[in-house]
Ligand binder design. Structure first.
Ligand SMILES: [Zn+2]
Length: 258
C-alpha cells in the first residue's frame, strides 16, 4: 500500500507499515494461544461434570443397597417373631390339655387367637417387604447399568482430554516460540503498549482491523478522518474508544494473500 515516493517520508511509511504488520502478526499468534487456553479450560469442566454424575450415581446405589438390607433385616425379624408366636401357640395348646376349668381354656384360646393374628399380620408384612425388595432390585439394576455406562463415557473423555492436552501443549510451545520471535521484531515501547492493551481487553485483542467503518475490537464507529489516517501509515493510531491499535484491513489481508 505504501506509495513508491522517493523522499524522506518513505522511510517513515515503511517503518509504520512494518510495525503494524509485525504487531498484527504477533496478535494472530497470541490469539491462537488464547484459543488453545480456552479449549483446554472447557474440557476439564466436562470431565468434572461427568465425575460428579458418577459420584451421584454411586451414592444413590449405596443408598438403595442400604435400604434393601434394612428391608431384609425386617423380614428376618418378622420371621423370628413368627417362630416365637408359633412356639407360644404350641405352648398354649399344650396347656389347654391340662386346664382345670372352662374359663382357663377360653382364656388360652383367646391368647392362641391373638398369636395367630400376630402371625398373619407378620406374614402380610413379609409379603409387602418382599415386594419392596423386588422393586429395589430393579432400581439397583437400573442405577448399576447407568453407572457402568457413565463410567465408560468418563474413561473415554479422560483419554480424549489427555490426548488434547498433550497435542495442544506441543502446539502451544510452538506458538510461544513464534510469539517470542515476533516480539523481537517489535520495538520495546510498542510491545509494552501491546501487552498493556491486550491484558486490559477481555478478548485479548490489542491489534484490530477496521471492519465496516468500525473498530474490530469494540465495534465503535471510526470517523472517516481517523480511517484515512490509519490508511496513511504515518503513525500508529489507536481506537479512541477502547485504545486498541487500528490496522487497515487491506494492509494485512494483502499480507495473508501473499
Ligand atoms: Zn475500539
Amino acid at each position: 500500500m505504501a506509495k513508491a515516493k522517493v523522499n524522506t517520508d518513505e522511510k517513515i511509511e515503511v517503518t509504520v507499515e512494518k510495525r503494524l504488520k509485525a504487531l498484527y502478526e504477533l496478535q494472530q499468534i497470541d490469539t491462537q494461544i488464547d484459543k488453545i487456553k480456552i479449549l483446554r479450560g472447557e474440557l476439564p469442566l466436562e470431565v468434572e461434570d461427568l465425575e460428579d454424575e458418577v459420584e451421584g450415581l454411586k451414592t444413590r446405589l449405596e443408598k438403595f443397597k442400604g435400604e434393601s438390607k434394612e428391608i431384609e433385616a425386617t423380614i428376618t425379624e418378622k420371621k423370628n417373631f413368627i417362630k416365637d408366636c408359633e412356639a407360644l401357640v404350641a405352648k398354649y395348646e399344650e396347656q389347654q390339655n391340662n386346664v382345670r376349668n372352662n374359663r382357663e381354656f377360653e382364656s388360652l384360646s383367646k391368647e392362641i387367637e391373638f398369636q395367630k393374628l400376630e402371625i398373619q399380620l407378620s406374614e402380610k408384612r413379609i409379603k409387602e417387604a418382599k415386594f419392596q425388595i423386588t422393586q429395589k432390585k430393579e432400581m439397583i439394576e437400573e442405577v448399576e447399568s447407568k453407572l457402568a455406562e457413565r463410567m465408560g463415557h468418563l474413561k473415554s473423555k479422560k483419554e480424549e482430554l489427555d490426548e488434547i492436552i498433550t497435542s495442544t501443549q506441543k502446539d502451544e510451545e510452538n506458538l510461544l516460540k513464534k510469539s517470542d520471535k515476533a516480539q523481537k521484531q517489535i520495538e520495546d515501547r510498542l510491545l509494552v503498549a501491546y501487552k498493556r492493551i491486550r491484558n486490559a481487553a477481555k478478548n485479548g485483542l490489542a491489534v484490530v482491523t477496521i471492519e465496516r467503518d468500525a473498530c474490530g475490537g469494540c465495534f465503535s464507529k471510526i470517523p472517516p478522518q481517523r480511517q484515512a489516517d490509519v490508511k496513511l501509515l504515518k503513525k500508529v493510531i489507536v481506537c479512541e474508544y477502547c485504545g486498541r491499535i487500528l490496522v487497515d484491513p487491506a494492509l494485512v489481508h494483502a499480507e495473508v494473500e501473499a
